[in-house]
Design a protein around this ligand. Structure first.
Ligand code: SF4
Length: 251
């Protein structure tokens, strides 16, 4: 059912609770910082980090959102109502929101009323996704920018799980979708070029980013990734939050 006609009270009444990641303090992982990656790097931003993911990338730096063999979900996850989350986001008085994870699209039905409400309030909303779940009509309408990060072989996830052709095509046809590829070694470019060609992704919406969770790894990876971006006319992004603060939660 579409819910554009609803007011805030009706949306809240029908909305499910949303599973969020928790900071070590126990507080929900909603924090104010700078967007550290991609098209809007450097923009003052509120981050909302959701729990759960449908993939299992070997180098994932947020395993506490999904890896229940090594993390305790009772400690790492909490559920809040959309109205509670909205209040916490608006308290920062910041016009830019990034919803990240985990994989936020696993909860898109519960998320849609919150995103619609925040859009009504004038926020610019980015959603970070691994590109395996297609957006609902409500999400497609409300989200300002999609940061689609399809996983490559270097993730260790088998191709049938990480490459969903219909979803790839859907995002390739959305002008507000940027495709960010995490590069572990120079040979990853062959896989990127194959995917860009296979799904007709416009080059100006392709971003390459070095993989790494230390300043040294990002600096070293940046040199060859930047050279590949120059050669193939893709955009380059660093991981600004790693360079500024290291691999620290809540930054
Ligand atoms: S898709 Fe993202 S959150 Fe999920 S396992 Fe991979 S890197 Fe981690």
């Amino acid at each position: 059912m579409r819910i554009f006609w609803m007011g805030q009270a009706e949306r809240n009444l029908m909305a499910d609770r949303i599973k969020l990641s928790r900071q070590p303090s126990g507080e929900p992982e909603i924090f104010h910082s700078l967007q550290g990656e991609g098209h809007n790097i450097g923009t003052p931003t509120v981050f909302l980090r959701l729990a759960l993911c449908n993939l299992t990338c070997s180098w994932c730096d947020t395993k506490y959102t999904w890896d229940w063999a090594n993390f305790d979900p009772r400690r790492e996850v909490l559920s809040l109502s959309p109205s509670d989350i909205e209040e916490r986001i608006l308290a920062y008085d910041c016009a830019h929101l990034v919803i990240t994870g985990g994989e936020p699209m696993m909860q898109q039905d519960a998320l849609a009323p919150l995103v619609l409400s925040l859009k009504d309030r004038g926020l610019f909303i980015e959603v970070e996704t691994n590109g395996t779940i297609a957006p609902s009509a409500d999400m497609a309408c409300a989200v300002s920018q999609w940061n689609v990060s399809p996983k490559l072989t270097n993730s260790g996830v088998d191709s049938a799980r990480r490459e969903v052709p219909d979803v790839f095509r859907t995002f390739a046809n959305i002008e507000e979708a940027h495709f960010k590829f995490v590069m572990s070694q120079p040979s990853d470019i062959d896989e990127v070029l194959t995917l860009v060609d296979r799904y007709a992704i416009p080059k100006q919406r392709v971003i390459l980013m070095p993989q790494g969770t230390t300043q040294k790894a990002i600096e070293e990876g940046s040199l060859w990734v930047a050279a590949l971006c120059t050669k193939h006319a893709f955009r380059f992004t660093t991981r600004l939050h790693i360079l500024l603060w290291g691999d620290k939660r809540g930054q």
